[in-house]
Design a protein around this ligand. Sequence first.
Ligand code: URA
Length: 213
Amino acid sequence: MTEPTPHLTVVDHPLVQHKLTLMRDKTTSTNSFRRLLREISHLLAYEITRNLPMTTKTIDTPLEPMEAPVIEGKKLALVSILRAGNGLLDGVLELVPAARVGFIGLYRDEETLKPVQYYCKLPDNLQDRLVIAVDPMLATGNSSAAAIDLLKQSGATNIRFLCLLAAPEGIERMKAAHPDVPIVTASVDNYLNDHGYIVPGLGDAGDRMFGTK
Ligand code: URA
């Protein structure tokens, strides 16, 4: 039996769940899938940034000066795990437009089945930033855990993980490898099939958002 994950948030909001149902439907077009993903990313970004540390600054409204709340600290870093991460990234960036952006590319070695890095470009001063890693599908969790390894090796200490769908197997893998990394998702699905697809899932997220096969 799966232990409860204190750092797992499932965004059980009617708008998120409705849009997710439309995305799962295999008759949904690439165009609609992309639009829905962007809309859901806004709602998920709202949730994952909910408890950012705040401070205040003095501003002048047209009526009087006030101490007004602002987000504390350095600009956030968003890190997309290629390629499907880019679909989530676009929507989150619309909500956090000043964020710094990084990319991590990993492929699976067919012999060892381990993730191998082929691209990594990250913002500087990761140790001073909240880093949000984005990948729509948390499936085996192998590439997500490897991406978080890379972020930690690059200095990040405050990391959150944002996905659209998660498999229980992926959550367990992340919990074992990175128990300090909170996960926000729209749904935890039933299981992973023999091909590594989340079931019921939505198919291959990259193919569905980019119209490839
Ligand atoms: N990646 C996908 O795009 N879909 C899955 O179901 C699992 C991994």
